[in-house]
Design a protein around this ligand. Structure first.
Ligand code: NDP
Length: 498
């Protein structure tokens, strides 16, 4: 039995505080349709309180030696490890993903804690020779100051750790707005930070809608960075507002990820990879496979094998460990998925499996969509180009690797791609030519590890990356330091010829 508070409150300046307005909304378990808690709909005033506390706290926090800041993250990682099962169950209840995947997501957060804690003893800059005598030159990473993170519902804890852990170890203070659908992980993570001894104000959690809390964060001049994961529409809106303020913004948005299956592929492995990538998290991952680009010589066999395996996928409440595909996050997302399936049919794609919601007639029965497979999909169709964010896969036939790469690359997104082949020449050509931030060989489109950069090209982002060392670039400024110990004024670029 997992206990959940009846009502959540904000975490500002190390205190659990009621929101400015007595306004709350229900948090619904998507597997059952039942309300599990209530979350504040905070206002700009709550954001301002968080900004004030973060600004004050950051000055002190930046002076704490980075290895000591890292000690805090080691404690957070250990506590997450101790509470892994508790956190995973709560995550399944608020987001719906099956328990096995929830455990994987919490593990990702634990890994990130230890990885970024290690950075506390590195945070490497560069030392370089100076062009002048008796002069020392180096670059160091400086914290940006107060940073804002805005996270989505599909990875309520992992994405938050990708952003907040590097920010905190680098000496910033954080204001975090989690998605209103999934606030429980934020509440739990803030409790862990509090118990681990994080100084007041270094992490603040303000619950509420994107249009109130998110926009207030974007508009605030003290917040120097916004790190966002979510839809392209919201990302573009945030980026344009940040652009006018010359505020740094890191965006990680959608994908239209493809698995390429060549004629020499191990088809059993390819089927496993497609099932995991397409139907894991019910297809609600930015890296979810929604296109299978298959060589014509193996298309028939791959299709048959896929359909056989899809029939075995059990759909239901993710707390039941026999279930493989959990619910969709909410009724609106369910409708969006079904709308795309109707579009696919109208466009002339052939529906081979799924294509309908479950328990539609029952109230409070949760939001479920049956794993869906289309074939005879033309590369120009909307279902072949637009992000659906659900368990829907399109089979597209090709005659060569060149054609497969071209189709992979012609969408507006560039997050992840995968190729199944045993031909080493094709492997190397594909990893070079696939225009995505992540490329997998003989694995599906999901499975990123936290010590490498995560993000994509084109419409997926704006050039920044979460995770890995690259995350530090978002939350630090480079400072170049020159120390002249010659005792006289030496002029760079001028006095070098003496
Ligand atoms: P959003 O982009 O609307 O939400 C992501 C986060 O941004 C949430 O915390 C949201 O707050 C916040 N937000 C919303 N509007 C603003 C704003 N104007 N200013 C600042 N922050 C804002 O995505 P949705 O949840 O609505 O999902 C819609 C679609 O987006 C999905 O179907 C999918 O295609 C895509 N998506 C992609 C994700 C990815 O991993 N790349 C993750 C989630 C969605 P709140 O929701 O609390 O109002």
């Amino acid at each position: 039995m997992v206990n959940i508070e009846k009502k959540l409150v904000n975490y500002i300046d190390g205190q659990w505080v009621l929101p400015d307005r007595n306004n709350y909304t229900a948090v619904v378990n998507p597997a059952t349709g039942q309300t599990i808690t209530k979350v504040p709909l905070s206002t700009e005033n709550d954001v301002q309180a968080a900004v004030k506390s973060a600004k004050k706290a950051q000055k002190e926090w930046a002076l704490v030696p980075a290895p000591q800041r890292a000690e805090l993250l080691y404690r957070v990682g250990s506590m997450m490890k101790e509470r892994k099962e508790h956190l995973s169950r709560l995550l399944t209840m608020e987001n719906g993903k099956v328990l096995e995947e929830a455990r994987g997501e919490v593990q990702e957060g634990i890994d990130m804690a230890f990885y970024m804690a290690g950075e506390g003893r590195r945070l490497f800059g560069q030392t370089t020779p100076s062009e002048l005598k008796n002069k020392f030159a180096m670059s160091v990473r400086a914290p940006v100051g107060v940073v804002g993170i805005i996270t989505p519902w599909n990875f309520p804890i992992a994405i938050a750790t990708w952003k907040s852990f590097p920010a905190i170890v680098a000496g910033n203070a954080v204001i975090w707005k989690p998605a209103t659908e999934t606030p429980i992980m934020a509440y739990e993570l803030a409790k862990i930070f509090e118990e681990a001894g994080l100084p007041n104000g270094v992490l603040n959690v303000v619950f509420g809608s994107g249009s109130d809390v998110g926009e207030a964060m974007v508009a605030d001049d003290t917040i120097r960075v916004i790190s966002f994961t979510g839809s392209n529409e919201t990302g573009k809106n945030i980026a344009s507002k940040c652009g006018m303020k010359l505020k740094k913004v890191s965006l990680e948005m959608g994908g239209k990820n493809a698995v390429i299956v060549m004629d020499d592929a191990d088809l059993s492995l390819a089927v496993e990879g497609i099932l995991w990538s397409a139907f894991g998290t019910s297809g609600q991952r930015c890296t979810a496979c929604s296109r299978v680009i298959v060589h014509k010589d193996v298309k028939e066999e791959l299709t048959e094998r896929l359909m056989t395996e899809m029939e075995k996928l059990t759909v239901g409440n993710g707390l039941d460990e026999t279930v493989k595909v959990g619910p969709i996050i909410n009724a609106g997302a369910l409708e969006k998925i079904d709308r795309y399936v109707q579009i696919g049919r109208q466009e002339g794609a052939v529906l081979l499996a799924g294509g309908y919601t479950l328990h539609e007639d029952k109230e409070d029965a949760g939001y479920y969509y049956v794993p869906t497979l289309f074939t005879d999909v033309d590369r120009t169709m909307r279902i072949a180009k637009e992000e659906i964010f659900g368990p829907v896969v399109s089979l597209i036939e090709v005659e060569s690797l060149e054609e497969a790469v071209e189709i992979n690359n012609e969408v507006s997104y560039g997050l992840s791609s995968s190729i199944f082949t045993q031909n080493v020449n094709q492997v190397f050509a594909a990893q070079r030519d696939l225009d995505t931030g992540i490329v997998y060989v003989n694995a599906g489109t999901i499975g990123a590890e936290i010590h490498l950069p995560f993000g994509g090209t084109k419409g997926t982002g704006n050039g920044h990356r979460d995770s890995g060392l690259a995350a530090l670039d978002v939350f630090t400024e480079w400072k170049s330091v020159y120390v002249d110990f010659s005792g006289k004024l030496q002029r760079a670029q001028i006095d070098t010829e003496q």
